[in-house]
Design a protein around this ligand. Structure first.
Ligand code: APR
Length: 318
């Protein structure tokens, strides 16, 4: 009698990089029962050890999906989504842009390995500087750009929401806010559109509070780096990845600020930048153009120019 293997009811998500962000992403994907996970790292023992630890945890938590750790891209074959977290994190005093050279060569080699095994996957980039890496991937991968997306705006939005919540006392779920633009100093918190329990944020706070909220949002990642001393944030980044993976797998009517290729939207073309997006199984389902204030529009254009300039510098350096 021939035995047929059971068909898994879970999608397959590969997480490249089994460090802080990658392993926390795997943990959340499993606990939320969103996908079977393949954790891959150049440090194969790290990936295999963390996967084994998570499978031990499964005995207590009884989540359905499974995780394997590996150093070989063959094990990632036919993934539905590949999340790229491989790379070097920031140290105190560094900007995300300082990581560009070293992380570009890592992203290059990851793409080569992953694309050969999963040419039909959606790719979600997390490695910093996020916008530059996503733009680089669009140039290198030869895939339709709607399948190459960067995670940055969801994380910046989480930090913006936290800062608004601290200033107003409102619960995060009552705050509607978005941060767009580059995932760095040039990010654009959309203060003109933010609401707290349905009321415009700008009617509830003083100019001084607004300046503090903006500063806490833009410097949120740096504040974590400064406190940790030995690495950068990973809980909120992993949670932001998982929000996006869920939306990509299931389709979502919620706007996710995602780094995607613009084709005239917001008057910008030929660059990937975080803007409000509806995500689904095809990747980018729709880019939503919100009415920005003139100042926010200018900031978004400045974000686009700074990302383009960084990419050009990186490509010239070779
Ligand atoms: N292929 C696979 N894994 C790699 C490669 C590679 N070519 N190069 C490095 N790695 C792995 C490292 O071995 C390490 O385990 O990437 C992992 C990175 O983990 P951490 O050092 O813990 O960094 P982390 O905090 O997870 O951040 C990863 O995400 O948020 C960004 O700025 C952050 O770029 C950084 C990335």
């Amino acid at each position: 009698m021939t035995k047929t293997l059971p068909v898994s009811r879970y999608p397959k998500v590969t997480v490249v990089g089994a460090g802080n962000v990658g392993a926390t992403t795997a943990l959340l994907l499993l606990m939320k029962e969103l996908a079977n996970v393949v954790l891959i790292d150049v440090a194969e023992g790290l990936a295999r050890g963390k996967a084994l630890d998570l499978m031990h945890m499964r005995s207590n938590e009884h989540f359905g999906p499974t995780v394997v750790g590996t150093g070989s891209y063959e094990d990632t074959a036919d993934s539905d989504i590949v999340v790229v977290t491989a790379g070097v994190p920031r140290k105190p005093g560094m900007t995300r842009e300082d990581l560009a050279g070293i992380n570009a060569s890592i992203v290059h080699s990851v793409l080569k390995g992953a694309l050969a095994e999963s040419p039909n996957a959606l790719y979600l980039f997390v490695t910093n500087p996020l916008d530059v890496m996503t733009n680089l991937a669009v140039q290198l991968a030869g895939l339709p750009p709607q399948r190459l997306i960067g995670m940055g705006g969801v994380l910046d939005t989480a930090r913006f929401t936290y800062a608004i919540s601290e200033a107003t006392g409102a619960a995060p779920r009552d705050i509607k806010a978005l941060v767009i633009g580059a995932h760095g100093e040039a990010m654009v918190p959309l203060v003109s559109l933010a609401t707290v329990a349905g009321r415009p944020l700008l009617e509830l706070i003083t100019p001084g509070q607004l300046a503090q909220i903006t500063e806490a949002t833009v410097q949120g990642g740096a504040a974590v780096v400064k406190l940790l001393e030995t690495g950068s944030a990973f809980y909120a980044p992993a949670s932001s990845i998982v929000q996006m993976v869920k939306a990509l797998l299931e389709g979502s009517a919620t706007l996710h600020s995602s780094c995607v290729r613009l084709n005239g939207e917001y008057g910008i073309s030929g660059v990937s930048l975080c803007v409000p997006v509806l995500l689904g199984s095809e990747g980018v389902r729709e880019i939503i153009e919100l009415p920005l204030s003139p100042e926010e529009g200018e900031q978004l254009h400045a974000s686009a120019e700074s990302t383009k300039a960084q990419l050009e510098r990186l490509l010239q350096e070779g």
